[in-house]
Design a protein around this ligand. Structure first.
Ligand SMILES: Cc1cc2nc3c(=O)[nH]c(=O)nc-3n(C[C@H](O)[C@H](O)[C@H](O)COP(=O)(O)OP(=O)(O)OC[C@H]3O[C@@H](n4cnc5c(N)ncnc54)[C@H](O)[C@@H]3O)c2cc1C
Length: 557
């Protein structure tokens, strides 16, 4: 019988399918990264062991990863202000990046990414993040509360790590595992992850696009407030000056995959164009943990794909971020209004995507993050041993219900119809697990004091019940962002998406639509394909409609 050496034992701690990837990643590290692990005997034994094993494994896999192990109450522990066992510090001589709690599951992804980022240093940080954080003068302590089953958590932790690397003199980034830091999670009133706390002054729930995150970190307030203040200031300035106009061939509204791909194709066809995006670039991809079905990338994190798509699009066209289109007016020149200026365009491409559909009932907004959630895999853990209601009848709703049931949560599905739209295998599993289903019913109110306590449910026959629950998970799909389309008089389909022909023309001449806002297969590949097709159609149309310069002058400009 052969006995494994300590080195082999640690190496085997990493599953085969990840080992090869990690070895390759670590081999490309430009600089050595130091890991310090702090543990206290007697507390959180399993978490300590897991953390030591994973860090020892990384250490034996690469000579560019140096590991030091300390007791929490050692001199070093005191010097580093260690407050939890286990705690992992990443290159602590340079940065304050730390993991409080065992980095298991999805948090393990965040750990790997923190090593990767630390190995690159400032070189791995985008110019826009550096620029945003450059004026920061006060210290910032970011705490990202995460859980091992939350696929969105690593993205938000990575935002924080990038900030800590961009401004190590001012910014600390902590990933706090809610699994083994329950008291801290309670103290910070965490009801949904990722939960971000900055300087115990502002909190955010959910994964945010990188630039939005950095701006909020700089201003120490929600971006919506910053934008409102800037709008007010601009309004005052605007009183003194005339409206600013800019003429352009094609205005693309939306900086998701459809808009970015359209920008590339429009510019390459010779059109002048601009992309207007109300948030940071990326659309839903910026909020996607992992993409495994975009050809050319077997497995890529959403934010990485956004960086690649964004920098490719910027090679060709200007992208104005945080430039919301508030109005559109159809005419020989279509006018597209943002806070800053009015664009006059030959054509407009609507690539405005979709938003998560909300219930729109009293209590939903109030309890978001405190018993109302849109991600069961992220937040299910908080309600172990409790009761949950899932609203919906599609694949997501049933998958969520099964996930919660397996966590030991008493789960009820409330569905407005009398049969599910979900795949048969999911329906069979739900039946097998004996999950309660309330058919033909809708949640009409979410009730509680500080936390959800119950939900009002109305049946089609008019009977009303108040059902006790600790959480309401909403899984009822998405709605298309069509306000601007409606202002332009564009025809919509029965299901609310924009009607387009195979070349992405809408019912209104010189108005095109692409991506999720047109319904159908809502994927990155289809959005980029439709964006490209729309730009080429616009080029064809403009050439045909405006080929005679004299006519162009007369009719359009
Ligand atoms: C959690 C999650 C996971 C996913 N996973 C995958 C996956 O693995 N593979 C895959 O192929 N697809 C996946 N998708 C779907 C994919 O992200 C979408 O199909 C794709 O992003 C659609 O691109 P889009 O450009 O049409 O729209 P969006 O990505 O929605 O972008 C639309 C943009 O328009 C902007 N906008 C809206 N109104 C205005 C306005 N008035 N002014 C200015 N800007 C405006 C929005 O801010 C947004 O950035 C996932 C989606 C989610 C939410």
């Amino acid at each position: 019988m052969s006995t494994l050496s300590a080195e082999e034992k640690y190496r085997n701690f990493i599953p085969d399918e990840s080992r090869e990837y990690l070895e390759k990643l670590f081999a490309d590290f430009k600089r050595t990264v130091t890991i310090e692990v702090y543990t206290a005997e007697g507390e959180h034994r399993e978490y300590n062991e897991f953390t030591l094993n994973i860090c020892r494994a990384f250490n034996v896999m690469s000579d560019k990863i140096k590991l030091h192990e300390y007791a929490m109450d050692s001199e070093m522990g005191k010097k580093r202000d260690i407050i939890a066992t286990p705690t992992v510090l990443i290159s602590p001589e340079e940065y304050d990046i730390r993991f409080l709690g065992a980095p298991a599951g999805e948090e393990g992804r965040a750990l790997v990414e923190s090593l990767n980022l630390a190995s690159k240093g400032a070189e791995g940080i985008s110019d826009s993040t550096k620029e945003i954080l450059e004026p920061l003068e006060e210290n910032r302590l970011i705490k990202i509360f995460a859980s091992p089953t939350c696929p969105y958590c690593p993205g938000q932790a990575i935002n924080a790590f990038k900030a800590a690397i961009a401004r190590p003199d001012k910014i600390s980034a902590w990933n706090v595992s809610t699994l083994d830091n329950e008291n801290m999670a309670r103290e910070y009133n965490v009801g949904s992850v990722p939960h971000t706390d900055i300087n115990e002054t502002v909190t955010f729930t959910g994964l945010e696009p990188e630039e939005k995150f950095m701006l909020q970190l700089l201003f120490l307030k929600p971006l919506e407030d910053v934008i409102e203040e800037q709008k007010a200031a601009k309004k005052n300035e605007a009183k003194a000056s005339d409206t600013v106009y800019e003429d352009v061939d094609l205005v693309i509204i939306g900086g998701g995959p459809a808009g970015m791909s359209a920008g590339i194709y429009a510019k390459r066809s010779g059109l002048s164009c601009i992309i207007l995006e109300k948030q940071g670039v990326g659309g839903q991809v910026a909020l996607t943990p992992k993409v495994e079905n975009y050809p050319g990338f077997t497995n890529i994190q959403g934010f990485e794909l956004v960086e690649i798509l964004g920098s490719h699009a910027r090679e060709y066209t200007e992208i104005h971020q945080f430039a919301e289109v508030s109005d559109v007016k159809y005419g020989p020149r279509i006018e597209i209004t943002t806070e800053e200026k009015v664009y006059r365009a030959k054509g407009v491409l609507l690539a405005t995507g979709v938003n998560v559909r909300m219930l729109g009932v009293p209590g939903e907004d109030k309890f978001y993050g405190h018993g109302v959630s849109y991600c069961a895999t992220c937040d299910g853990n908080f309600y172990k041993g409790g009761k949950a209601i899932i609203v919906g009848g599609g694949n997501t709703a049933l998958t969520d219900a099964l996930h919660l049931k397996h966590l030991g949560i008493e789960t009820t599905i409330v569905h407005r119809g009398d049969k599910f739209r979900a795949e048969k295998v999911l329906q069979d599993s739900v039946n097998r697990e004996g999950i309660e289903i309330i058919w033909n019913s809708q949640v009409t109110e979410i009730i509680g004091e500080d936390q959800v306590e119950s939900a009002r449910i109305i049946n089609k026959d008019g009977t009303e019940t108040i059902k006790d629950t600790d959480v309401v998970f909403v899984a009822i799909g998405h709605t298309a962002n069509t306000e601007l389309a409606e202002k332009l008089g564009v025809e919509l389909r029965n299901d609310g998406f924009i009607q387009v022909d195979p070349t992405q023309r809408t019912s209104v001449e010189r108005v095109y639509a692409a991506g999720d806002v047109t319904g159908g297969v809502r994927q990155i590949i289809t959005a980029t394909g439709q964006g490209a097709a729309a730009a080429l159609t616009a080029f064809d149309d403009f050439t045909r409609l405006f080929e005679d310069t004299a006519q162009t002058e007369k009719n359009i400009w």
